[in-house]
Every structure is written in C-alpha cells, then in structure tokens.
Ligand binder design. Structure first.
Ligand code: UGA
Length: 485
C-alpha cells in the first residue's frame, strides 16, 4: 500500500519505519527543513532504540522516502492512506490543535477520491467530533468527493517504541466518518501484520480510549506514590507491598514504581490538559486533579529530602544522576530532573548532573542556567554533599558505591526511582533515602562472619505492630529490592 505520514516526530517516524518494515511504500512528509536535512543525512532527530537502523534499511531499499511539506502534492495524490501525526499540545499544559488544522487544510484537498484519511495524533474529543465538518468542507470547496476519516491512536512508549509499534497489545481504530467501511477495511489490512486484537470504536470513544489509557497509567503512578507515603509512615517497603498486591489479576504490578513521578511529553500534559478542559466545561474531576497534585508533590519531596540531607552546610553541592524523563531516551520534555535541578539551584545548592545521554545533558545545561554537567557519574559525585538519582539508567544500578563514597564530601543518597540497592549504598557508608522504603542509615562496618544489618528509621513516632517486618533492623541481604522492569 502507498502510505503518506504527515509529521516525522516520535509518532510519525516510528509509524513510518514500522509500516515500511511491514512492506508498505511510505513517504514521510515533514515541515521542518532542518529535520528533513538531518533525516536525509542519515541522522535521527532523537534517540530511539532500533529506530535508526530500521529507517536506514528502508530508506536504502527505497520503501521509505522523505519529502518537504511544500513538495508533497504528488505523493499525497498517489497515496491510498494519509496519516496525520503532528504535535497537539502547546508544551504548557494546553491542547494545540492549530497545527493539525493547518496540516489538514493542506493535505485534504490534495488526496485522491479513493484515499483514506487517518489521524494518528492524540486529540481532544471535541476536535475529533468536529473533524467530519472540517474535512468534508475542505473537500467540497475543492470540488472533491468525501473521504473516509479514521482515528488510529498510538500506544507506543519512548524507549520501546519500535517494539510497541510492531507488536502492540491492541490496535484501536476510531471511525469518525466511514459509511462504506472502506477506511476500516484498509486499516485492518495494514494491521494484520501486528497479529494483535483490532478494536473498532466510534471516533470519540477511540480518542477517549487513548486518553483513558494514559490517564489510568498516571493514576497508578500517583496511587503508588501515595501508598509510599503510608509505607514510610508505618515502616513497610513499598516494593514488597506492591509485589504482594500484584498477584491479584485485577491489580497487576505494572506502573506501580514509586519515585519522583511521571514526566515526558504524554502523561503529564494529558493529565493537565484533561483537567484544564474539564474545568473550562464545568466538569468536576477530583481524582485526576489529585493525580496531578501528587505528581508535582513528588518532585518537591525529592528536593526536600536532598536539602534536609545538606542542612547546615553553607554552600551545599549536589550531584544529580540522570536528566532524561526516563531511561533509553534523550527526551527532556517535562523531565522531573529539570524541575528538581531548578529548585535545588533556587534554594542555594550548586548542582552538577550526569546523564549517559550526553546530548540531553548538553541541552539541559542550555535550559537551566547554572547547571553544571559532568562527563561521568564519578565526576558528578566528586566533592558533593548529597547525591540524587532521578533517572534509573541501568548503569546507575551497577555503580561502585564504595568508590563514590571516597569521592563524595557528604553521605546521603536520595534514590528518586527506588532503583538502587539500599544494601550496596548503605554498606558503602551512605545514608539512603527513597520513596516508600523507609530511611536507612549508613552501615558502619560489616562483621566478618555475620550479616550486616541496616537500621531503618520510620518517619513517624508511631511504632509498627510487632509482627511488622522492619521494626528496628532488617537483614541487609533482604534490603536488596526488586529492580524496576
Ligand atoms: C506513555 C504511555 O506509556 C504510552 O503507552 C503512550 O503511547 C505514550 O505515553 C503516548 O501517549 O505517546 P511515555 O511517555 O513514552 O509513554 O512514557 P512511560 O513509559 O509511560 O513513562 C512516563 C513516566 O512515568 C516516566 O517519567 C516514568 O519514569 C514514569 N513512571 C513509569 C513511574 O514513575 N512509575 C512507573 O511505575 C512507571
């Protein structure tokens, strides 16, 4: 099939490469000349595992080409399917539908009468409901026949997007206007290759199923962060608590990792945009409002933990490990580390950060005046009074904490992702602070023939019941907790 994809951002580029992989002839249409130049020179505009080689393979075998928006007319005319994958949020917590409207105004009149229009961007329900009027009016003005309009939301995660595209849990097709079912049939043919359930819904329900999935994931994260508060209060370990809850198939264990909360370009914005739009429309969404509040509180709590650990030091120096909003990406959009670094600087700390993705670290330094960037974790930690882990890059789980303790001037590690081994950290001589893991003091010395003990301080005066584990001590070996998936 001949497929044009409009917009070569995260969603458009992954979709293009994936469709080429399934044997389709794909044309990527991009408005930004610099992004086009970079793609033509074989450089990906962002880091995404496995995407680079897939794009290269299919540009070389001719299945995937790039064209500028101004030169796309012939390709649009020749396409069986045109997919729109342009950005739809303003970066400040609001929807931005002007780009999608402008793209549709350019594309729709050029499409063949037997082509299918597919919207892949995440859009607000109102906008989806207005699409038939917008598209049919554009066709009418240019003397063209009506075309089928479908929504095909994406569910890919950054860092795993190629795999998520090729092997999705489900494919959702939203029918916005498709009286003859030509559009649904054509997309079903395309997605046969995914070997996944295909759910066909009305357009507005499809967009709500996309938003609903992200809102639910965000809710799970804020829920576990609230559970972590209870764990700290009563002296339980949140990972142990979740591991027991996860056996209940209705609950499951995914997306229940406590820490500094969710960042990125999707979850935070979609929660904020949903709440903001609801308020404008007079709806009351207390749960989602709280999800947002809890998420912001986590970043503030992390800063408090770091600042408490350097209390009394005149010019505190802090190392931040990780800047991207999660591992395996170079994306800094709404990354918790940026908010945290800004706030630490505002509160008078000097902040030196290290991220394995050096391009992201350089960009972070441009965004945040005063943020120092280090070339390694050891360089970041050298001479600092506190260490904060914000992104759980795998290399941080393998850090030599004994070596770092010799370099650092202070003795506290704040683990913002519950990703480190409390045993390794405390046995190296650091105090360990996290979210829902209690407060662990440094272990003074490990007995030659005995097992080290890690004292746990409970963050309240309330004593746990006698059968609770972790009332006063815990075997160090037990403190090695589940690493995040
Ligand atoms: C999210 C969804 O997971 C995708 O399904 C969706 O397709 C995508 O948004 C989108 O709308 O395009 P993504 O933004 O790539 O994907 O990132 P996630 O993997 O969802 O992680 C979001 C944030 O939550 C990260 O900062 C992560 O560290 C945090 N997180 C995740 C937690 O704090 N705890 C967890 O248990 C899981």
């Amino acid at each position: 099939m001949r497929i044009s994809i409009v917009g070569l951002g995260y969603v458009g580029l992954v979709t293009s490469a994936g469709l080429s992989e399934w044997g389709h002839d794909v044309v990527g249409i991009e408005a930004s000349p610099s992004r086009l130049d970079s793609l033509r020179a074989g450089r990906m505009p962002f880091f995404e595992p496995a995407l680079d080689e897939m794009v290269q393979r299919h540009t070389q075998n001719g299945r995937f080409r790039f064209v500028g928006s101004e030169d796309a007319e012939d390709d649009l005319v020749a396409s069986d399917i045109v997919m729109v994958a342009v950005g739809t949020h303003d970066g400040k917590g609001g929807w931005e539908t002007a780009t999608a409207t402008a793209a549709l105004t350019r594309i729709v009149p050029a499409m063949a009468d037997d082509a299918v229009l597919v919207v892949r961007s995440t859009l607000p329900p109102d906008f989806v409901a207005s699409l038939p009027d917008l598209v049919h009016e554009l066709r009418r003005q240019h003397g063209k026949m009506a075309i089928p309009i479908l929504l095909n939301p994406e569910f890919t995660r950054e860092g795993r997007a190629v795999r998520d595209f090729l092997h999705p849990d489900r494919v959702v097709l939203g029918v916005i206007d498709d009286p003859e079912e030509v559009g649904v049939g054509r997309l079903q043919d395309v997605y046969v290759a995914a070997e996944a359930p295909i759910v066909v819904l009305p357009g507005v329900a499809a967009t709500l199923s996309k938003l609903g999935a992200n809102l639910f994931l965000a809710t799970k994260i804020s829920f576990v962060n609230e559970l972590a508060v209870l764990c700290d209060r009563y002296g339980a370990d949140v990972d142990e608590v979740v591991s027991a809850m996860a056996f209940d198939a209705r609950i499951g264990g995914a997306f229940l990792r406590a820490g500094v909360g969710f960042g990125g370009s999707c979850l935070p914005h979609q929660v904020t945009m949903t709440v903001r739009t609801a308020v404008e429309e007079g709806l009351h969404l207390p749960l989602l409002t709280a999800v947002d509040e809890v998420n912001h509180r986590q970043r503030a709590r992390f800063v408090d933990l770091v600042m408490e650990s350097v209390d009394g030091i005149e010019s505190p120096r802090v190392a931040l490990l990780g800047l991207t909003f999660k591992p395996d990406t170079d994306d800094l959009r709404d990354a918790p580390a940026l908010t945290i670094a800004e706030e630490l600087l505002r509160r008078g700390a000097a902040v030196r950060a290290y991220d394995p993705m050096s391009s992201a670290a350089r960009r972070a330094a441009e965004f945040i005046p005063g943020l120092e960037i280090a070339g390694s974790a050891a360089e970041a930690v050298d001479g600092v009074h506190a260490i904060g882990l914000v992104t759980e890059w795998p290399e941080f789980s393998a850090l030599d904490w004994n070596g770092l303790h010799e370099l650092a001037a202070g003795t506290t590690v704040v683990d913002g992702r519950n990703a480190l081994s409390p045993t390794a950290v405390t046995q190296a001589g650091f105090a360990y602070r996290a979210f829902g893991r209690g407060s662990l003091d440094a272990v003074a010395a490990v007995p030659v023939d005995g097992e080290a003990t890690v004292p746990i301080r409970i963050e309240s005066e309330v004593q746990p019941r006698s059968h609770d584990r972790g009332t006063s001590t815990r075997r160090a070996a037990d403190a090695d907790l589940r690493q995040p998936a």
